[in-house]
Design a protein around this ligand. Structure first.
Ligand code: BG6
Length: 518
């Protein structure tokens, strides 16, 4: 009899995770909110299916909405089916997972609420063997971060532990961390009164994306790219985050935040740091974060006198996305008809250090653009001498471009010149492509899966450290102030479904470059 052989993808060898997770209880503030339904609970369920949750585990959701444990479990089940269709749903495994879910309605502005949470955690500790190890995840409106942390401290659920002791309890804080430099420093000061830095996990979900983590592997596990990764070989770098979506029912939040606070201060500056940093001395949380912060410290500061040459803002008006008419930003729900909020921003950054001097870095981020794409494109210098020319060659000498595609197509591509087959020497520019999906043939874990797991384990490498958050606010602060003081006269200045305002093309064009056509 021929034995049936299961074919396995050899690329997946060695992916077994051998990290230890202690039993613990996980408390979510804002458990009735969108993030819990769309991301947090699906991520926990995915970890459960992979056997990555600890043996003793309880999840306690809390928010103002009154709900029983049963109603919470049902709500989470419906959300899972709706928002995480790629996860295999099966009643038996759901029932086992759901038996660890609990819910208490509390008002985070009142001390009684914390007493309810405290006594529930004591029950769960004995029922699930979670031994007083607690993680508090703040998925609420940012205005509640401080009152919740103070409430947790006042009730004794959050205490300062020595830097040498295991970091229990831990607090996970969603972005935005502060509204500007002063508020982020103030928030940190209050947090550090009751907790030490190693207990604080400031989440930036971009850092949990597989392709973002791969930037470090690509740069520092390969020998051939790093020698080219500098001003001698790189002409410029473009980092793009383009979204077709608008504000998706978050008009009130977005009107205050805008593109700078929503995407650039956090996600894009994190990406930038990973692309430009020096190799860390070790792959641990502090060594990596030490190198990332140095990048921000080298950014040439924006000043009121230079901002107009270095940054451009835009706001979308009505237009079409994939053939469907969509309203302009000022017509969105909960947005003022004269809102000055930028829904698009592009910045030319200069890095004052030995490696990057003279290499412009362009970043752009916008809502309601023509396509949803996030990528980092490294444009290398052109070959120094044009050997192949004439009718049979592509008219213009081009450059090699290495693109790290973050989403939606996750992968890496390298553009290079090649000879077209035939009797003459005809140069063609092609892409050599690596695609995650086809190479590994495996489901890509979501960013929240990875980050929640790291937090359970106690590994803060992929979370933002206080100095990074402050330095990123410091960098964009002059821009925030300048744009607040000079109301835009031309908003809306780009149509939904376009590639942003013309001024963004002029910004990059002034140095002889052009945005990539995506
Ligand atoms: C969030 C922003 O942090 O990131 C949203 O608040 C944005 O406005 C989202 O749409 C983008 O995340 P992703 O993973 O879809 O690129």
């Amino acid at each position: 009899m021929i034995e049936e052989k299961v074919l396995e993808n050899p690329l997946l060898e060695g992916l077994a995770l051998e990290r230890h997770v202690d039993s613990l209880s996980f408390v979510i503030f804002g458990a009735h909110g969108d993030l819990t339904k769309r991301k947090l609970v699906p991520a926990m369920y995915a970890l459960f299916l992979q056997g990555l949750l600890p043996k003793g585990f309880a999840l306690l959701g809390t928010s103002r909405t009154p709900m029983t444990d049963e109603a919470f479990r049902n709500l989470m089940k419906e959300s899972l089916i709706k928002f995480a269709p790629d996860l295999p749903f099966e009643e038996d495994s759901w029932a086992r997972f759901a038996s660890s879910l609990y819910y208490r309605s509390t008002d985070s502005s009142k001390p009684e609420g914390y007493e309810v949470i405290k006594s529930t955690l004591a029950e769960l500790d004995s029922k699930h063997g979670t031994k007083g190890r607690h993680i508090f995840y703040l998925s609420t409106s940012p205005s509640l971060y401080l009152p919740i942390i103070q409430g947790l401290a006042a009730s004794g659920m959050v205490t300062k532990v020595k830097a040498s002791e295991p970091a229990w309890p831990r607090v996970v804080i969603e972005k935005p961390f502060g509204h500007d430099l002063a508020s982020s420093i103030a928030l940190d000061e209050h947090i550090h009164e009751v907790m030490r830095e190693h207990q604080v996990y400031r989440i930036d979900h971009y850092l949990g994306k597989e392709t973002v983590q791969n930037i470090m592997v690509f740069r520092f596990a390969n020998g051939i790219f790093e020698p080219l990764w500098n001003r001698n070989h790189i002409d410029h770098i473009q980092i793009t985050n383009a979204e077709t979506i608008g504000v998706e029912g978050r008009g009130a939040y977005y009107q205050e935040a805008g593109a700078l606070r929503d995407m650039i201060q956090n996600h894009l500056l994190q990406l930038l740091a990973l692309v430009l940093m020096e190799p860390p001395i070790a792959m641990d949380a502090e060594a990596t974060r030490d190198e990332k912060i140095k990048v921000l410290r080298c950014l040439k500061p924006l000043t009121p006198g230079t901002i107009d040459r270095y940054a451009v803002r835009g706001q979308y008006g009505a237009g079409f996305i994939v053939g469907a008419a969509v309203p302009g930003f000022r017509e969105e729900d909960s947005v003022a008809p004269d809102a000055p909020t930028p829904t698009f921003a592009a910045i030319k950054l200069e890095v004052d250090n030995w490696r990057w001097a003279g290499v412009p870095i362009y970043i752009r981020s916008g809502k309601r653009l023509a396509k949803s794409v996030t990528e980092v494109a490294v444009h290398f210098k052109k070959a120094p001498h044009r050997l192949f020319s004439g009718d049979k060659c592509e008219a213009e000498q081009q450059e090699n471009i290495l693109v790290m595609q973050i989403q939606p197509e996750e992968g890496i591509s390298l553009k290079f010149a090649t000879k077209q087959p035939g009797p003459t020497t005809m140069v063609r520019w092609l892409n050599m492509d690596f695609k995650y999906g086809t190479a590994f043939g495996a489901r890509t874990p979501t960013a929240y899966e990875r980050l929640i797991l790291d937090c359970l384990i106690g590994d803060p490498s992929l979370f933002a450290r206080t100095d990074f958050v402050e330095a990123s606010w410091q960098y964009i602060e002059p821009l925030l102030e300048h744009w607040d003081n000079q109301k835009p006269g031309d908003f809306p200045n780009y149509k939904a479904g376009s590639w942003g305002p013309k001024a963004a093309d002029d910004l990059i064009g002034s140095t002889g470059h052009a945005w990539r056509k995506l």
